[in-house]
Write a protein of this length. Structure first.
Lengths: 404, 541
């Protein structure tokens, strides 16, 4: 099984090597012989040409040998192609939906994402289609590329290999945001994948500081919500005054970078009043991780911003392919300061003034061509039938994009 | 006829009609005047296409926005493609050089249908004007790429209708030229010019003519169908109405792949003319070269779907088209080996036409060999629609047809203007062009293999080095082009006057005055010799 998995990439690469090898040899031969002839048979060295009209043997040879070579190349190429097409039976199946200009991945339990999450060392089969024009799903690392065609199913497969991340690019020209139709294959350990597909929480989406805390087991003793476990809670820890006992003497200081670093690296040096000296020094923690952690504390340990749920909906539904969140123009109007904006739009053939309130926005998502904002083209945006929950999350997300 | 044969006025002075000035050109039926009119337009539009290409390269010098918006960029690469393919490369050697040289090489006074020839040129003019017109009218310049892939080309609000109409008209110009040349070759060969004594350039135009006649109508119908789709909404290609977008790709490539051979075959013909003249000996394997032209034209018509290995068509189709594609490689390889073998035991004089022709062989070989990577199914999946294809294509079409055209200009322009350019400058221009060309396109193979897709306005940081080198190459190339064109222009206006046969060629065009008179021949052409036999042929500089 494992052997079969690595096959596709290595077979394709074999074909590359074979064809490139022979091509370099032929090119070198042609060039070297030409230069030699130009030198040896220049008018100076060979004033009288010998008129040769052809040579049956030579011509037969350079017909037959290239013929054999190209058939060998064909065979290598075809073997590589077959490996790319023969998905193992037990492949994990993910549905892929392409649209202008984002990817939507749909997993067996119905979860969707805009990045492709897959477990390690698993054959993955992608069943693909497109909802608008032709796109092409391309992951250079796996040597796979397959067009996604509206009204048609296509497929590709790859072996996910070790945990890592790889670029996904759209390879078939699809309009103004073609170059931004990018995503990632995120290969994670099986347990993490299981957790992600169940809860939608992926380590790769957590703040890095959080990952450090989890890695060193800090959260077994220190809570994040102010409750006491064994040691002091991390909640609001940065910048607070603490009373510590150092060599039996009590003193008060501010929990700044220096203090926190020392408290992590040499926990026994200063003990917070009221706690036991029982934390082991974190010798294995790198300076980089330490910095990340301090930054995480400094930033108030923000796990999710307000509107994060809606941001995820906007990402998953592909809204951000056409609508920016920073006020810049992509294709449609920006989400920045959209809520309660006054705008001019064409409605049923007439130009009207409307306020983009919640009702207007919900209507525009469900029937995009009902009101066409001045300066934009109609017929571009497909209608989205979102659940009430998603709609609410989106509106909350939009409200966070408003300048106060 | 006058006894003093040199007294005949050249075709510049004698238009064969009473019309004067510009009309004596626009309404001429003289193949040489028509050829020059094609040439002026081709070169003019070539410069436009080059400028667009330089803009593309400049935009890609660094990630993010550099000089233009994404929508502008998409229009620029679409135009670069449409102009270069349909207006420059396809008519370049066949229509421009072919019109100038073919009838004289055959010993004819003109093509078989001189008025149809003029009509072809007018269609070409109208198509070109319409293509330019599409930029400034309607909902903005077309942004579909030169391939007009559906469903995108049906949905886009830009001015695709006018652009496809232009392509339709340009297609007819090409078809009529093909018919004209085929008939000319069949009917107007002078006594003594048998099929096996016909110059190889004429052979290549013959093969090209058949592709033009048989394949171009498919393009005409296909682009017309886009027009019908957009205007009437019939739904042939629209999956929402039960249509099939892949059908469009088949129709498009049934023409557009053979079209690549319309572009490259005549350039191969040019190289086959030039090499023996400067090696001072017969072309090696005349029959093999002539037959391989026909082989390429035939086999090349059966390989179109190798552009579609990732389109979702069946694996069986991939198998067949991959196999057929490799078969086309064989006649191309034969030609290259024959050209190199022609140099063997020659008495080689290195002059600009030979230098450009050798440049063709090297660059075309790289283009052809990288084509093997694309013909092989497994490797094509990885590099399809990446910069690897972009580079391969430019090596074949620019390195091949482009350098073939430059070789042809250096070879034949002195004949038609009666003056010689500065040969030293011509060689220097070649050196700069060659360095610039490879600096421009070699890095694109590398980033293509690394996965850089084509038609990207912006790109990931790992591709930056390649793009930067490539853009620098584009400037070197531009300098080379500038020097070459200025030198040619100075040559035809102020160069040293030349005699009938400045290179010592043995084909018939070297027997006529430079420039030739209206009906080409001032005395019966001597067709007793073989086209590549230089015994007794004197250079007449």
């Amino acid at each position: 099984m494992e052997n079969n998995l690595v096959d596709a990439v290595s077979k394709v690469d074999q074909a590359f090597l074979f064809i490139f090898g022979i091509s370099f040899a032929i090119l070198f031969l042609i060039t070297a012989v030409t230069i030699w002839f130009l030198f040896r048979y220049s008018k100076k060295r060979n004033p009288v040409p010998s008129d040769i009209e052809g040579n049956v043997l030579a011509e037969t040879l350079w017909t037959v040998i290239p013929t054999l070579l190209v058939f060998a190349m064909f065979w290598f190429g075809w073997t590589g192609y077959k490996a790319l097409r023969e998905a193992p039976e037990d492949s994990m199946i993910v549905q892929v939906e392409a649209r202008m200009w984002s990817w939507k991945f749909i997993y067996e339990n119905g979860r969707t994402s805009d990045k492709l999450y897959v477990p390690e060392n698993t054959p993955i089969k992608l069943d693909m289609t497109s909802v608008d024009v032709i796109h092409s799903f391309y992951v250079p690392a796996f040597r796979i590329k397959m067009d996604t065609v509206p009204g048609m199913q296509t497929y590709a497969w790859f072996n996910s290999g070790e945990a890592s991340q790889y670029d996904i690019l759209c390879a078939e020209y699809c309009g103004v945001r073609h170059a931004y139709m990018l995503s990632k294959v995120v290969v994670v350990p099986q347990e993490e994948y299981d957790k992600w597909v169940e809860t939608g929480e992926a380590d790769s989406e957590k703040p890095e500081g959080m990952l450090v805390l989890e890695k060193y087991g800090c959260l077994d003793c220190h809570s994040m919500d102010g409750s006491e476990i064994v040691g002091p809670s991390f909640k609001d820890i940065y910048g607070h005054e603490v009373t510590v006992i150092e060599n039996g003497e009590e003193k008060t200081l501010t929990a700044d970078d220096e203090y926190l670093k020392k408290a992590i690296k040499e926990p026994s040096a200063e003990i917070v009043k009221g706690y036991e000296d029982m934390m082991p020094p974190s010798d294995e923690m790198t300076d980089e991780e330490l910095e990340t952690l301090i930054e995480f504390f400094k930033g108030g340990m923000v796990m999710e911003k307000k509107g994060a749920q809606g941001a995820k909906v906007a990402e998953n539904e592909g809204c951000l392919g056409c609508h920016s969140t920073d006020g810049s123009e992509i294709v449609g109007p920006s989400f920045k300061n959209m809520i309660d904006r006054k705008l001019t739009a064409v409605h049923e053939g007439k130009t009207v003034e409307v306020v983009a309130d919640t009702r207007y926005i919900i209507d525009s998502i469900k029937n995009p061509d009902d009101y066409i904002v001045e300066g934009y083209d109609g017929g571009m945006m497909p209608s989205y039938d979102l659940s009430d929950e998603d709609m609410k999350a989106l509106i909350e997300f939009f409200s966070t994009l408003k300048d106060e | 006829m006058n006894n003093n044969t040199t007294a005949l006025p050249s075709f510049f002075e004698d238009s064969g009609s009473d019309r004067k000035g510009i009309l004596s050109w626009l309404l001429t039926t003289d193949h040489k005047r028509i050829g020059l009119m094609y040439l002026y337009m081709v070169l003019g539009m070539f410069i436009v296409g080059v400028c667009l290409g330089l803009l593309i390269r400049l935009e890609l010098i660094a990630p993010g926005k550099d000089i233009m918006e994404a929508q502008t960029y998409n229009a620029v690469f679409t135009l670069h493609g449409v102009i270069m393919i349909f207006i420059v490369v396809i008519p370049s050697i066949p229509a421009a050089i072919g019109n100038l040289v073919l009838p004289i090489q055959l010993g004819a006074e003109d093509v078989a249908f001189p008025r149809l020839n003029l009509f072809s040129w007018w269609l070409y003019l109208i198509g070109t004007v319409l293509a330019l017109f599409s930029l400034f009218t309607g909902g903005g310049a077309p942004d579909t790429g030169w391939t007009f892939y559906v469903p995108f080309s049906e949905f886009t609000t830009t001015n695709v209708n006018v652009a496809v109409l232009a392509v339709f008209i340009l297609g007819f110009s090409s078809i009529l030229t093909g018919i004209n040349f085929i008939t000319t070759i069949h009917r107007l060969r002078a006594p003594g010019i048998t099929w096996t004594k016909m110059p190889l350039f004429a052979w290549s135009l013959y093969a090209t003519g058949w592709i033009q006649v048989l394949a171009t109508p498919v393009l005409g119908i296909t682009v017309l169908l886009i027009f019908v789709e957009r205007v009437l909404g019939v739904g042939l290609f629209d999956p929402n109405k039960g249509g099939d977008p892949i059908l469009y790709q088949h129709l498009f490539w049934i023409y557009s792949h053979p079209a690549v051979y319309i572009m490259i075959l005549p350039a191969m013909g040019v190289v086959s003319e030039i090499i023996p003249v400067f090696a001072r000996k017969s072309i090696f394997g005349y029959k093999a070269i002539a037959v391989s032209s026909l082989m390429i034209a035939f086999a090349g018509s059966l390989v179109w779907a190798h552009h579609m290995f990732t389109s979702g068509m069946s694996d069986t189709a991939v198998l067949i088209f991959s196999l057929l594609t490799f078969i086309v490689a064989i006649p191309s390889a034969i030609k290259v080996f024959n050209w190199v073998a022609t140099l063997y035991k020659g008495s080689i004089i290195i002059e600009p036409p030979l230098v450009y022709a050798l440049g063709f062989i090297f660059l075309f070989s790289i283009g052809g060999l990288t084509g093997l990577v694309l013909g092989s199914a497994g490797t094509d999946v990885h590099v399809h629609d990446t910069y690897f294809v972009v580079s391969h294509f430019h090596y074949v079409i620019f390195g091949g047809t482009g350098f073939g055209l430059f070789a042809a200009l250096h070879f034949w322009l002195p004949k038609f203007y009666g003056r010689m350019y500065n040969k030293r400058v011509a060689n220097w221009a070649f050196g700069i062009l060659f360095v610039g060309f490879n600096t421009l396109y070699l890095p694109l193979f590398v980033i293509g293999l690394e996965g850089m897709p084509r038609r990207y306005y912006d790109y990931l940081p790992q591709y930056q080095t390649g793009h930067l080198i490539s853009t620098i190459g584009s400037w070197i190339l531009a300098v080379g082009l500038l020097i070459m064109f200025v030198n040619l222009y100075r040559g035809i206006t102020r160069g040293k006057k030349i005699g009938r046969n400045p290179w010592g060629g043995a084909t018939l065009e070297w027997q006529v005055p430079s420039p030739p008179p209206l009906l080409n021949f001032d005395k019966e052409p001597d067709t007793s010799g073989k086209p590549y036999s230089y015994k007794g042929v004197e250079r007449d500089e």
